[in-house]
Write a protein that binds this ligand. Structure first.
Ligand SMILES: Cc1ncc(COP(=O)(O)O)c(C=O)c1O
Length: 363
């Protein structure tokens, strides 16, 4: 048995061990099917059951209302940066973007290529140390939609509740905190998330879209980029990412049955993040959190050390100690501990012990 280390990667990221074990057990043949999920036709009854159960479990976890479609697509969250404006931004209209980090900047950059967009609020000036406050947003009541990023993976800042977009459809890139806490889906016109953080492996992208928003999709879009077409074909216009959807389904089942739902995982996520932020706060400034305390992400904990040399040393020694993937993104520097749903509490405790020890030896 290969020994598993603690994987702090921002994505693809750690998956629940029972999920990996079940996938391993059933890799050669799905029970009662006699073929691997890697081999069955996506049109087969066996795969239909896989995708149907995955959708049903996700709907149950998030309490997705009846008037929303759930899609399993490809192309990553990055393709959604294009698909959202292509489907929802008519020529004569404009869309509002709220910028709280580099993923929001990526989304607006793509939208600009396709239509008129406005920055409705941004925290770029302070290098994205916080999310926006409602009262600083300048929202256009006639906008086609308002786009925001609920958790900025690189800077480690997270909204505690969604911005109020009034009657304008709210569109959210929820990639890095999807299903990490309860969310009121009815507040949204469209939610999208790359699976490879909390939901499963790379290769599947989940879109949850309200029917009246789907109805706005113009005719004549390329079929693979047309939400209405993909929804009508129930994510099976072409061959879907079968294996990735299968693993997402196992993750949703694990969250429902083993963990007990989103309230439960939220409490566990809060507890894990508190252990780590408390250690940062108790370090007498040796470790400096990037985010302002009230915007701290429960998923991506970003912090700096007194110098870049020490940061390099920290990352190297942490890896040697079985704590992998802690080097921060180059645009922020420092360290980033991604502690998604499946990341064990024990790994956070081990990291905190390592941090104390490192600060003592290198203070
Ligand atoms: C918030 C957010 N949005 C978008 C992306 C891009 O996702 P993908 O690589 O699936 O295109 C990421 C990836 O890390 C992300 O964290």
């Amino acid at each position: 048995m290969t020994e598993r280390i603690f994987n702090f990667s921002a994505g693809p990221a750690v998956l629940p061990l029972p999920v990996l074990e079940e996938a391993q057990r059933n890799l050669l043949a799905l029970p009662g099917v006699g073929m691997s999920v890697l081999e069955v036709s996506h049109r087969s009854a066996a795969f239909e059951e896989v995708i149907h159960n995955a959708e049903a479990d996700l709907r149950s976890l998030l309490n997705v209302p009846e008037n929303y479609k759930v899609l399993f697509l490809q192309g990553g969250a990055s393709l959604q940066f294009t698909m959202v404006p292509m489907n929802l931004l008519p020529k004569e209209s404009s869309a509002d973007y709220i910028l709280t980090g580099s993923w929001g900047q990526g989304a607006i950059k793509e939208a600009r290529k396709l239509g008129t967009v406005r920055e409705a609020g941004s925290t770029a000036e302070g290098n994205f140390r916080r999310v926006t406050h409602q009262d600083e947003l300048i929202l256009d009541p006639h906008a086609a939609y308002v786009h925001y990023t609920s958790n900025e993976t690189i800077f480690g800042v997270e909204f505690q509740s969604e911005p109020d977009a009034g009657d304008v459809p709210l569109v959210c890139d929820m990639s890095s905190n999807f299903i990490s806490r309860p969310v009121d889906v009815s507040q949204y016109g469209l939610i999208y998330a790359g699976a490879q953080k909390n939901a499963g492996p790379a290769g599947a992208t989940i879109v949850i879209v309200r029917d009246d928003v789907l109805a706005r999709v113009p005719k004549g879009l390329p079929a693979m980029l047309d939400y209405r077409n993909l929804a009508e074909k129930e994510s099976m216009y072409n061959t879907p990412p079968c294996f990735a959807i299968y693993i997402c389904g196992l993750v949703f089942k694990w969250l429902r049955n083993d963990i007990g739902g989103l309230e439960k995982i939220y409490a566990l996520n809060q507890e894990k993040a508190k252990i780590l932020y408390d250690a940062i706060d108790a370090s007498d400034g040796y470790y400096q959190g990037h985010s302002e305390p009230q915007c701290r992400s429960l998923m991506n904990v970003t912090f700096r050390l007194p110098s870049e040399e020490l940061e390099k040393k920290f990352a190297k020694e942490a890896t040697a100690a079985g704590l992998d993937g802690l080097k921060g993104h180059r645009s922020v520097g420092g360290m980033r501990a991604s502690i998604y749903n499946a990341f064990p509490r024990e790994g956070v405790v081990r990291l905190v012990e390592f941090m104390k020890d490192f600060a003592e030896k290198n203070g």
